[in-house]
Design a protein around this ligand. Structure first.
Ligand SMILES: [Mn+2]
Length: 237
């Protein structure tokens, strides 16, 4: 049976991402790879992660979903939102700006300006790519989303974009209102069950191992309904 491999919240952790793909023996011709967003911020190598994800999607048919950090990076770089700029550096955006700017020092405003000109000159495709990512992916048995589904919406496709990107409660503690299992990232599993391993809940599976916080990057292998195998690699620079 064809494997579906799911990874989330890479957050600039380029080495662990490559380690995990190798550990899972990802074979582009055979496996379906689904990446649940938050490719940037906090970790040291966001630029390389975005380029790799871009290539995986364009060349190998991988599926990438948008996370809240990906949306914010686009908003900051295209000067779409003052609020996004204010939140940016407090949520790991400095590391992303440094990875594009190629400098590790100086006032944040300077690093962002430098990153902006590098992106507009050499990586405009990163912004178009991140901006155009879908909010979810769905197959026969699963719904894949960055943050979660708001159970107050009987038709989850009608929930606001913000819920796809930021949802925590009431998604985490209430039962879902869908028959498919929801696979999500965004909330570190250590905050759900006290350990960074993949969390298997009732109708939902949380996979954010908190790699950029020094924990681990998780990989979920699916070969059918209820047929899972888990993988993990530790954080390293
Ligand atoms: Mn997130």
């Amino acid at each position: 049976m064809k494997r579906t491999l799911v990874i989330s919240d890479i957050h600039g952790c380029f080495t662990p991402f490559n380690d995990l793909l190798a550990l899972m023996k990802y074979n582009p011709g055979e496996d379906r790879l689904v990446l649940l967003g938050d490719f940037v911020d906090r970790g040291p190598r966001s630029r390389e992660v975005v380029e790799r994800v871009y290539q995986l999607v364009q060349k190998d048919g991988a599926i990438a979903i948008q996370g809240n950090h990906d949306e914010r990076l686009v908003d900051v770089m295209l000067e779409r939102s003052e609020q996004a700029l204010m939140k940016f550096s407090g949520h790991g955006g400095r590391q992303t700006a440094e990875s594009y700017a190629g400098i590790r020092q100086g006032p944040i405003q300077h690093v962002i300006e430098r990153a902006k000109s590098v992106i507009l000159e050499r990586y405009p495709h990163h912004l178009t790519f991140l901006d155009g990512l879908p909010y979810y992916h769905e197959d026969e048995h699963f719904i894949y989303v960055h943050a979660g589904l708001n159970p107050n919406y009987p038709n989850w496709r009608q929930q606001p974009p913000r819920d796809f990107l930021y949802m925590k409660e009431p998604f985490l503690s209430r039962p879902t209102v869908v028959s498919k299992t929801v696979i999500f990232g965004h909330t570190k599993t250590i905050d759900i069950h006290g350990k960074p391993n993949i969390w298997f809940g009732d109708g939902k599976i949380g996979i954010d191992g908190g790699c950029s916080n020094g924990h681990q990057l998780n990989g979920l292998e699916i070969t059918g309904p209820g047929r899972f195998k888990t993988f993990a690699v530790p954080w390293r620079p």
